[in-house]
Write a new protein. Structure first.
Lengths: 801, 801
């Protein structure tokens, strides 16, 4: 991924046409001439099709002679590049074969960088071929192909009949991809008057539009002197148009927008420092220069502004290549939300479609297609016959508040407890985290995250638990309590997940006994009333990327379901199947079981549901983050029909009285449907086969197959590193626990050095990561490219091995 | 607003061209011929430009002779309709002048309705002019102009050079407006091969594409027999192409999609009933047919599916006009979120731009333009120099959780309280509501909304307060306590808001004394510790649209700020200015004051801030709902620098440990910036002058001007109605309290009858409203049209007077 295109001195713009044949090259020629008084002007045609003597760079050379021109790839046929590039007569000027999209981007970036003088202002125009969506050599729409560079755009509008429509549609397609259009030009046509309409249209968007005189008509081709006459007429046209100052306001606007963009980028960190109150941030000690200015993002990469520090200035003096933006790998998957790449145009269009079709539809009493389609898709995706109802909220925290309200109500109703007079608690794991609202903070044990919140009152019991990580080449399960037995070791992660075998092991027996005894003591001796079992299956995220032994979580669910007598006086079903339901009976037993899959669900760990690793069907399941593929907040709380029925009564006030204004907002639901279906299709099509092959040890039990996008070899090698305490990878998650003399935990600073070194990166490339105490983790999206990930693995190896 | 276009038997499609001159009419002719075996086919050209003998409907008549054709408006000049319509030679076939957009829509809807047989399947094609964005007669882009009908679309793609780009861009512009494209057709061109590329492109979107043979070339115009030859060649072309079955798959696809759409609309309510757990809904007693199926929304109107009940069937038998969709006024502004109209294409594009530029950027440590721009815009908009910091969350409830965490921390720090050992409470008003998460539920007194939530524990003291409404033509302030004096009456709402005058009145004196005594008693006698004052300024929304006497809220803020000695031992500033700050000192005094403007802020009540009515500058202010103009969830908690400083320390754990995954998501921030700037521009441009004139009694104190989109005359007249207890309107809100023998309140059913009658509506038009106990309210957006609102007022008058 090259950095996006921005240099302090070079004013580079990309010229897009609203359609083919709208006069892009003529307008570019005018611009080259008009810009020349400002400094050197260069013209780059990345891909050109058609006979060489008509090529656009030749035209520029002829009529704007002081312009430096370059064409990277030239194809003979005057057709779209994706066809021309594969014609037998194809010929390229600089490399022998059709370039990949990445090669094309790199070549453009290198060329522009070579044109960026360290100090002298200069201009460059990068001209596209055809219209905005005309395909590049490999068939990618140019608007998508060139998006990683995100050059500011000069749009050449269409002056012909139909040109208003073509121009606005082209503009919308560019907007949809996050481009900024800095200027619009078109030929003046007094009959169709498109310039008048479009001027008013773009004025509302603060985009200047200039209508230039149309070029002279082509001379009669039967005239033997036509070629010479044409050249003379064009030369006069260019001279006259520029001399008359027809492009003065464009030149001024381009300069102004370039300067404004710079000034803004320079000022943003200071302004944010003065104005923004950041989440989970101790502001004391945070300086303005600690704040990263993100100019845009694409795929797995942020484009971060490189502040013009003294070092940067010196680097710029030393070489012309210092770019003002740097590609930074989004190694936290933007707080675990990112799934299908930043700036994904399909999701942008999904969002826009729902916005255009509905806006927002208030939800109670109404149904709309995106909300229903998402409910259907999600319920189907989970493969859990218990889950039959979908409740929508806005984020994991509110979805968990709903889950807790559901669980507590069901338990109190069954056991006849009056929650207004006696405290009802939840059963969970230490290190759990379910969100930042006070109600769900109460579901976690007192910790750094919550204990200073004035209204926090932890309401539960939390088990310490055995943790999995690779140490010195072995998958190791470390026990927190002697009652749970000695440390276990396995040769593969698949064995750790082979619950069928492990349930009957000594460890399984010890786990169940310990859990049973603990609950019995709390309930019978201490009189605690429990209303729900809450777990983050497999990995407890915010608590520190704690990889819980899946056998322990399975045993916890089994004990709760198989021993309802522990919790209250009732006659309850005693399910015998592993997932907890028997034929026709999906009622909860013991306690409602809530799985918080906000982080771990929906392919984050490589599977549609994290519950499937445990082969437990929860009664309530909460999903968010990846749900919308990394675009907008949305959360679903799925529940069984039996939980739902606990709220049915003749009283309105017995209903689940929860519901945010934007409940089931159409934009979020539509994006979620499209994200989920995309991920399910990738799964079905075997998009991750290469990763799976790397991790799979041939075994007949494919059900328990576990894999990661991070290579098995990296995990093994890191587990031997001197500074590494343990490491694991699962799905898109890589977690590295560093040794800490002070004992680790959230306040540890052991991982900060590594984090800072990754962030410092190289001149053009860095890695954003997050730490949780002594743990540094990296998280990819589901569309991350192996090449990209292996590059980051090399960086890690360089740092740690 | 006509209903959107859907009939059971009539398959109506709109034909859009990717550009002008792509062969729309030729393809339409092919389609008319190909569809004729399925039943009657009609062709509608709403607006045609160019010489009459070339008109598209004439072409259809000639080559697909059994087609019924109609052109509504014909203009001579072969230019865009917005120019042709204003040429001197313009002539129309059916009405004498240029139609308004609304007239055009009505005419199309009427024509199609007249073509809808009660039982016999039929087809209609509605052909547009030029490309998707070609302007209609009044300059509106066709894609916007025809959007209220939301006909399914047949897109004619462009087979020429550049046509791939034009076709995809046109498709994206249609998607952006929430249209469904049911089929794509284009001419086959084996040189450019656009059909191959586009086939693959649209296949990914499950949209069938058919390439039809290109029409024969036009004969040489010098041939005297050219016209006859052309007609013959075209006739052969049409016959041959249809006979060969080239359109068979399109005909099949159109039929299949029509049937699928119907089946889906028929099934959605049942499916939702089985699968969705609705917010704030007691599901017992809710039947599937109670659920409204919203097919789309546009402006102020939902398009609701009219279930095919027996009555509808009978209506359909009786007349051909029964449409399957009905326009329903969104009278709750979709739970108070709607501000700029459903399906607003500008906001859809804003959302798409941010999605395309960023996706989501994890927020801690980073800044991006939409988040910064929104912070700047919001702080500036509030005109409150205290507010200097912006904290982002996802909805009003989470934003209020943050506000409470802020306020409690600041108070505990100043007064030296240990909140882990002693309960800290908040001071508020009865009937307040701040959201559904448990922490902010605790900020409201026990009520129907919260008392059955298992973990709810009300933590506060809540004042009963004087309420404003118009009764029998007088603005009346009803007192809840004898200590507050007798009922007050005013001639105008402006007088109620004239706080400068009222502060020194007997009422002001009584209010202050009562508040002071109450707090003194609670703190000194009962030992209560208060951590914050929380108010919804002016109107308490969810609590029942309670209009609080602004003087009471003002006095509450004044007493808290002027008597810090009431709350704890400290030396605190004694502000003397009305807004509470003195030169250079913006520190809080007494208690941090939190304004929950989630509902009342950002022009909901006609002003940028609800606080401005009280002339109180809160220390913390929360905004959501209208913030994003009715599109996606987003919330901001604004705070003073002094509140911010209470969290600064050397300890990370002293930070405000709150932050959802999608904090400051770019899509929401961008939409909010554009919404807010749009509303501020409307304000600046005097867009609501007509409404303001209706309410203004000439007075020099424009500061206290109050107005509503609902007419003053309606409020006055309703206040005299026999069944009405009181009524008020402010900004976009109209609230009607109905008399209830049982005393009113949330469980009252007094307003349900009125609600049901409004919902029943007429055949083509209904009003969705919400009730809170005995109160029925209506809420418009800020772009609602006076004509539309007056129509609804007529319905109300009919029901209540």
């Amino acid at each position: 991924m090259p950095p996006a295109a921005l240099w302090r001195t070079l004013r580079a713009h990309q010229v897009y046409g609203a359609n083919t044949d709208v006069g892009k090259t003529i307008v570019s020629t005018l611009l080259c001439k008009a810009l020349q008084p400002q400094g050197p002007v260069s013209f780059l045609k990345p891909v050109s099709t058609g006979p060489l003597d008509e090529a656009d760079d030749r035209h520029i050379q002829r009529y704007a002679p002081h312009t430096r021109t370059q064409c990277l790839y030239q194809f003979d046929e005057p057709v779209s590049p994706h066809i021309a590039a594969h014609q037998p007569s194809q010929r390229t000027t600089s490399v022998p074969s059709v370039p990949s999209d990445r090669q094309l981007l790199d070549a453009i970036h290198q060329t522009l960088t070579s044109w960026a003088h360290p100090h002298q202002p200069a201009h460059a125009l990068v001209e596209t071929a055809g219209g905005v969506h005309s395909p590049g050599p490999n068939g990618t729409s140019q608007a998508d192909l060139y998006r990683p560079l995100r050059l500011p755009i000069i749009l050449i509008a269409d002056a012909r009949l139909g040109g208003i429509s073509a121009s606005i549609a082209a503009y919308e397609s560019l907007q949809l991809r996050g481009y900024d259009v800095h200027s619009v030009l078109l030929f003046r046509d007094d009959y169709y008057q498109n310039h008048g309409y479009l001027h008013a249209y773009f004025a509302k968007k603060a985009i200047p539009l200039v209508a230039v005189p149309p070029p002279p008509p082509r001379p009669d081709p039967t005239d033997p002197d036509a070629a010479r006459r044409d050249v003379e007429a064009m030369r006069r046209y260019y001279e006259h148009t520029v001399r008359e100052g027809r492009l003065g306001s464009v030149v001024e606007a381009l300069e102004r927008k370039h300067v404004e963009r710079w000034e803004r980028l320079e000022a943003m960190a200071e302004k944010a420092h003065a104005m923004i109150w950041y989440p989970f941030t101790q502001h004391r000690g945070v300086a303005a220069q600690d704040i990263n200015v993100i100019d845009s993002a694409c795929g797995d990469y942020f484009q971060s502004y490189q502040r013009d520090t003294l070092e940067v200035r010196e680097a710029a003096s030393a070489s012309a290549s210092a770019s003002a933006l740097r590609a930074t790998f989004d190694g936290s998957a933007s707080w675990w939300t990112q799934g299908l790449g930043h700036g994904n145009p399909d999701l942008a269009l999904s969002a826009a479609y729902a916005a255009g079709r509905y806006g927002h539809v208030m939800f109670p009493g109404n149904i709309h297609e995106p909300a229903l389609a998402l409910a259907e898709t999600l319920l189907q995706s989970q493969g859990n016959p218990r889950l039959q109802r979908v409740f929508y909220t806005d984020n994991g925290s509110t979805g968990m508040e709903v889950a807790v309200k559901m669980g507590l109500r069901a338990a109190c109703a069954r056991y006849g407890w009056d929650a207004s007079t006696e405290p009802i608690r939840i059963l969970g794991l230490k290190g759990s985290y379910h969100g930042d609202t006070i109600g769900v903070m109460d579901c976690s044990e007192p910790s750094t995250y919550n204990k200073k919140v004035e209204w926090y009152r932890g309401r539960g019991h939390w088990f310490d638990f055995p943790q999995v990580s690779m140490k010195e080449g072995k998958w190791t399960i470390s026990m927190p309590e002697t009652a749970l037995g000695a440390e276990l070791q396995y040769g593969s992660l698949s064995e750790v997940f082979d619950l069928e075998a492990r349930l009957h092991s000594e460890a399984g027996r010890r786990y169940r006994a310990y859990i049973h005894q603990t609950i019995q003591r709390l309930v019978q001796q201490e009189g605690v009333k429990f209303g729900a079992l809450i777990m983050e299956p497999i990995i407890l995220g915010a608590g520190g990327m704690l990889f819980c032994d899946p056998l322990f979580q399975r045993c916890l669910a089994d004990v709760v379901r198989q021993h309802p007598e522990l919790f209250g006086e009732q006659i309850a079903p005693q399910p015998s199947s592993p997932t907890g339901e028997t034929e026709g009976n999906r009622d909860w037993s013991g306690l409602p079981i809530i799985f918080d899959e906000v982080f771990t669900g929906l392919y984050r760990l490589g599977r549609r549901s994290a519950a499937s690793f445990l082969q437990v069907h929860p009664d309530i399941s909460v999903h968010a983050k990846l749900l919308t593929g990394g675009l907008v907040p949305l959360c679903t709380t799925l529940a069984s029909e039996e939980i739902f029925r606990a709220f049915l009564s003749a009283e309105k006030s017995d209903a689940l009285l929860h519901g945010h204004s934007y409940t089931a907002h159409a934009v979020g639901c539509q994006v979620a449907v499209d994200s989920l279906q995309t991920m399910m299709r990738m799964d079905h099509e075997g998009s991750w086969q290469e990763y799976q092959n790397d991790w799979t040890i041939p075994t007949p039990t494919t059900e328990t197959s576990v894999w990661s996008v991070w290579s098995h070899g990296l995990v093994r090698d890191l587990s031997h590193a001197a500074s590494v305490e343990g490491v694991f990878a699962l799905g898109t998650v890589l977690s590295i626990a560093l040794k800490d003399q002070q004992g680790g935990g959230y306040t540890s600073t052991a991982a900060q050095g590594l984090q800072q070194r990754l962030a410092a990166g190289s001149e053009q490339f860095a890695v954003h990561s997050r730490v949780l105490g002594n743990v540094l983790y990296l998280m990819s999206s589901l569309t991350s490219q192996p090449g990209s990930l292996r590059g980051i693995e090399e960086v890690l190896r360089g740092e740690l091995l």
